[in-house]
Design a protein around this ligand. Structure first.
Ligand code: FES
Ligand SMILES: [Fe+2]
Length: 425
């Protein structure tokens, strides 16, 4: 559990909050390049770390992330005209470029110097692997982008999507790194078993109380969960959590890999960016179909929105008959099952009321790494991972071994999680 004060410290990311200041030391992914694909496209509203912003691509293809509100009389620039390398407010015609400079101020006399005193808040932006990132901290402290494996694969090896969740970022991440729930939440009933409540799901069902081994690193932590399978062998899944909100979930051997970014939109909402990719070959038609329809890894959205079709307003389309006969939850799809749990705790779960067990080891550690990082920064200690993108050259993995040793005692397992070791693959 956390005290109410510590819970607020962890979950609040608006400008000026300690966690918000900490997160602003890192590059923040906030949308997909394909959402603003064309020059002079329609501007898109985005909420990032409690700020209302507007993203647009100018006539030269450059992306701007600016304050949504015009510095003149604070109307929304969403209604603006994106034309000739700038966004023009439709109220009185003031125009701004992607850097926030006021490039035209037609409502004042032509010889007025007023224009030079006006600017719109704008953040440095970069695009990489179909994702748009902003640096929202002090520019003199701007480091490199996190060098993750998926950022280097060819375009036809990767698929990106984004949606919003109605919860704080921290509990959404906690749901993702909580490997213990897989044996329950995502399981099916075994109708052949004498006890109908017995769980299937291969290795997850064989051992529902995995042994945990969590190791800290400069990038964050590796969460190893060991299950006993196959009559005495050991199935290790190593997920990664990377500062400040990335997760890499261990793939089934030979399958695609998933990376999610749980970016605070505001304290009550999370902007989820999801990447699935292969580093061995281009994604297949079937994979693309499964991902783009939200059947696997990604979310099925209400058309024209970033809201999942199965959401709290329809109880995630729970089917009680399906729950009795076949599914542990009666909710279709892993994404909806996860969201049903993490959103049902309320926008910001009251962690002073919880009772954590041994299976919550990773969650406890993640909270501590984040809050320690923010507290260190309050004392003037800058976060290392924000400056050194090469720390992110890591991947998740899963293996089956015969020996009763922890994953971090096996050099070949550690090597398999290092991206450099497989750069030539
Ligand atoms: S409010 Fe935008 S130009 Fe006046
Ligand atoms: Fe899950």
């Amino acid at each position: 559990m956390l005290s109410r004060e510590d819970n607020e410290y962890l979950t609040q990311t608006d400008p000026g909050t300690p966690m918000g200041t900490f997160m602003r030391r890192f590059w923040t992914p906030f949308m997909l390049s394909k959402e603003i694909a064309e020059p002079d496209c329609t501007p898109v509203r985005v909420r990032v770390l409690g700020e209302s912003l507007l993203a647009f691509r100018d006539s030269d293809g450059r992306v701007g992330l600016v304050d949504e509100y015009c510095p003149h009389r604070r109307v929304s620039l969403f209604f603006g005209r994106n034309e000739e390398c700038g966004l023009r407010c439709v109220y009185h015609g003031w125009k701004f470029d992607v850097d926030g400079n006021c490039v035209d101020l037609p409502s004042e006399p032509a010889d007025s110097a007023f224009k030079d005193k006006i600017s719109l808040k704008a953040y440095p932006v970069r695009e990489k692997a179909g994702i748009v990132w902003a640096f929202m901290g002090p520019v003199e402290l701007m480091g490199g982008l996190p060098e993750q494996e998926w950022m280097e694969v060819p375009d036809d090896h990767i698929y990106q999507s984004r949606w919003y969740q109605e919860s704080n970022y921290a509990q959404a991440v906690e749901g993702e790194i909580d490997s213990a729930h897989v044996s329950f939440l995502h399981s099916k009933l075994d109708n052949d078993a004498p006890n109908k409540a017995a769980l299937t799901g291969a290795f997850f069902a064989e051992d529902t109380a995995p042994k945990w081994k969590v190791t800290e690193s400069d990038f964050g932590m590796t969460l190893g969960a060991r299950r006993r399978v196959d009559g005495g062998r050991y199935y290790w899944r190593m997920n990664q959590w990377l500062y400040p909100f990335y997760t890499m979930i261990a793939p089934t051997p030979g399958e695609s890999r998933t990376v999610r970014m749980w970016v605070p939109a505001d304290d009550g909402h999370c902007n989820i960016i999801c990447i699935t990719y292969r580093n061995d070959h281009a994604v297949s038609e079937q994979e693309l179909h499964n991902w783009s329809t939200g059947a696997v890894a990604h979310a099925a959205l209400i058309p024209g929105t970033l809201t999942p079709a199965a959401n709290s307003s329809n109880n995630y389309n729970i089917d009680r008959d399906f729950q009795r006969r076949e599914s542990f939850t009666g909710i279709a799809g892993v994404r909806a099952q996860d969201a049903a749990m993490t959103e049902s705790a309320g926008a910001i779960v009251d962690r002073s009321l919880e009772h954590l067990g041994t299976s919550d080891t990773a969650i406890i550690k993640m909270r501590r790494l984040l809050t320690d990082g923010a507290r260190d920064l309050e004392k003037g200690v800058e976060p290392l991972a924000a400056r050194d993108g090469s720390l992110y050259r890591i991947r998740s993995d899963s293996v089956i071994i015969d020996e009763d040793v922890d994953f971090d005692e096996k050099p070949d397992i550690l090597e398999g999680m290092r991206v450099n070791a497989h750069a030539a693959e």
